[in-house]
Write a protein that binds this ligand. Structure first.
Ligand code: ATP
Length: 354
């Protein structure tokens, strides 16, 4: 049996506000699938539509191949964890986790008590069942929320910014825990976050959303290395995005601010076409001299940030800000030569500009 989730042409509007426009996406059985994008892009609405809290104005929602578009939330086999811990303060941890089992037998033929113990063990909270939720840290409360969502053995787990109320270090630790549990159970998971680094870190695949639409779906590596649009190039990771015009198609060359930028040999271009290019900061080197077929730009260092494993240089070049990852600290105010290989230049069609 497949336990995937499919949205087919789903649109949702709130009065005049169009929250989702013709969203189609297919989450595979057992996949960790993340919806990522800026505030207001429609991530939560997408998740709420899968859960059944929103009914689409048009389109179809399927869970496990079955059309659930008009099925009420309580009849959908999903577990949900929200950003706010939403635990019942007057119940113990054990009672909170057992809450979802009031109307449903625990899976696997075990008693409710055994099931709750299993779940507390899974989220590394064994022995804490009698505690009051208000006596737990934020991270522990989210573990309990996760155990509660998983207790009935749902087919699909929905997570809406579950870590965003936690501090950065704890967030990083807990995302590894969540991913580990998801893999152990093999449960189809839809995860919502505005944090692109978190999305890249934990997901099998990512959907980058913008303005109620999906801009790109792919593995973390694909959306990072091969962004399909200017929006994705700028939203996922640091990037340098420049507009230019095609001045040669063979070999492929684009002129940006009067400087010829070489592109990968196989890039297909139309003469005179307006295009947008992107180059990652880590693909740019500070060099002395030029050569080797690389594009070289003379830029001014404006400021330097020490990141631990490298420096991030904020440079300006002909009115554009360029970000560069460098192993060396450079001096603000100095002019440096920046060089990058044609193979590291990514072509983004200008018409895909957000
Ligand atoms: P955030 O990261 O800020 O939670 P999001 O990507 O989850 O954002 P949604 O909450 O899905 O975005 O909202 C999408 C759009 O729909 C926004 O413009 C939002 O203001 C609007 N919206 C969402 N819920 C409602 C509602 N109940 N009534 C009216 N407008 C709504």
């Amino acid at each position: 049996m497949t336990r995937g989730v499919e949205l087919d042409g789903v649109s949702v509007a709130f009065g005049d506000v169009s929250a989702l426009e013709d969203v189609s996406v297919s989450v595979e059985d057992g996949e960790f699938f993340t919806l990522v994008g800026p505030s207001g892009c429609g991530k939560t609405t997408t998740l709420r539509t899968v859960a059944g809290f929103e009914t689409p104005d048009s389109g179809t929602v399927r869970i496990g191949g079955e059309d659930v578009t008009t099925t009420p939330p309580e009849e959908r086999d999903v577990g949900i964890v929200f950003q706010s811990y939403a635990l019942f303060p007057h119940m113990s941890v054990r009672e909170n986790v057992g809450y979802g089992l009031r109307f449903r037998d625990p899976p696997g033929g075990v008693s409710t008590r055994e099931r709750v113990d299993e779940l507390l063990d899974l989220v590394d909270m064994a022995g804490m069942g009698e505690r009051d939720p208000t006596a737990l840290s934020g991270g522990q409360q989210q573990r309990v929320s996760l155990a509660r969502a998983l207790a009935p053995g749902p087919d699909v787990l929905l997570l809406d910014e579950p870590l965003s109320a936690l501090d950065a270090r704890l967030r990083e630790r807990l995302r590894v825990t969540v991913r580990g549990i998801q893999q152990e159970l093999g449960i189809t998971t839809v995860y919502v976050t505005h944090d692109q680094a978190e999305a890249l870190a934990v997901s099998d695949r990512v959907a980058v959303m913008n303005g109620g639409r999906i801009e790109q779906v792919g593995t973390p590596e694909t959306v990072y290395r091969e962004p399909a649009s200017r929006f994705v190039a700028e939203f996922v990771g640091d990037n340098n995005v420049l507009d230019g015009e095609v001045t040669s198609t063979d070999p492929p060359r684009v002129t940006v601010e009067g400087v010829e930028v070489r592109l990968p040999r196989e890039t297909a271009l139309d003469p005179g076409e307006s295009v947008t290019l992107s180059v990652r900061p880590e693909a740019i080197d500070v060099v002395t001299g030029s050569g080797n077929g690389r594009t070289t730009l003379a830029a001014t260092v404006e400021s330097v940030e020490f990141l631990g494993e490298a420096y991030r240089l904020h440079c300006t070049w002909r009115g554009h800000e360029l970000l560069v990852r460098s192993g060396e600290r450079e001096t603000p105010g100095e002019t440096v030569s920046l060089a990058f290989d044609p193979a590291d230049v990514r072509l983004l069609k200008s018409e895909t500009q957000a």
